[in-house]
Design a protein. Structure first.
Length: 191
């Protein structure tokens, strides 16, 4: 069975977005070490899961990277990966999704995720989409939490965990310390 993996960056005080909204993530301690870590995580996945807002933000940016002369090699590699990767977008308001290898799901989120888990393939990764991740956490559908914690206190914004109604036991299966002082944590849901 395929795993549903959440991959997010967090501040030490538990925020995934700063007080200025979804693009307020400049505090992430991103460097070559963390780029390598992200690439390793994404190498296990063949499907990206997004909510509407993150899909739109990513679609507006990543297809432009190959033609941008200032793009780094890491950005070019990620743009190539994301272009060919299956993308499943969950939204009740979008009418269609136009990005290559994208599919729109408008209803029955829980059933769709359960069906996707049963299909052959590699991991599915929620890449960003913290609000949608909160919803999936509430349904107990996330199998692994891959969180990088940056050594910064943001003070306010959108929290990593919100709306948890029941205790969720997790098992630490990996931790790494990066050159920047960030920490990579991998927790598996214990069911």
């Amino acid at each position: 069975m395929r795993k549903l993996v959440l991959f997010l960056h967090s501040s030490l005080d538990g925020f995934v977005e700063g007080p200025n909204g979804e693009m307020d993530i400049g505090w992430v301690s991103y460097d070559a070490d963390l780029e390598k870590h992200a690439k390793e995580i994404l190498s296990t996945a063949d499907t990206v899961i997004w909510g509407r807002g993150t899909y739109q933000m990513m679609y507006n940016y990543w297809p432009t990277v190959p033609s941008n002369p200032t793009s780094t090699q890491h950005e070019l590699d990620h743009a190539e990966w994301i272009e060919k990767t299956a993308k499943v977008v969950f939204s009740t308001t979008l009418e269609n999704v136009e990005w290559n290898n994208s599919r729109l799901v408008k209803e029955d989120v829980e059933e769709e995720i359960k069906n996707l888990k049963q299909q052959p393939g590699r991991d599915m990764v929620i890449l960003g989409s913290p609000r949608f991740a909160h919803y999936l956490m509430g349904l107990d559908l996330i199998d692994e939490y891959k969180i990088t914690v940056s050594p910064v206190l943001v003070g306010s914004g959108l929290r990593l965990f919100q709306g948890i109604k029941e205790k969720t036991n997790l098992k630490l299966i990996e931790n790494k310390t990066f050159d920047s002082g960030a920490i990579g944590l991998v927790y598996q849901a214990v069911r």
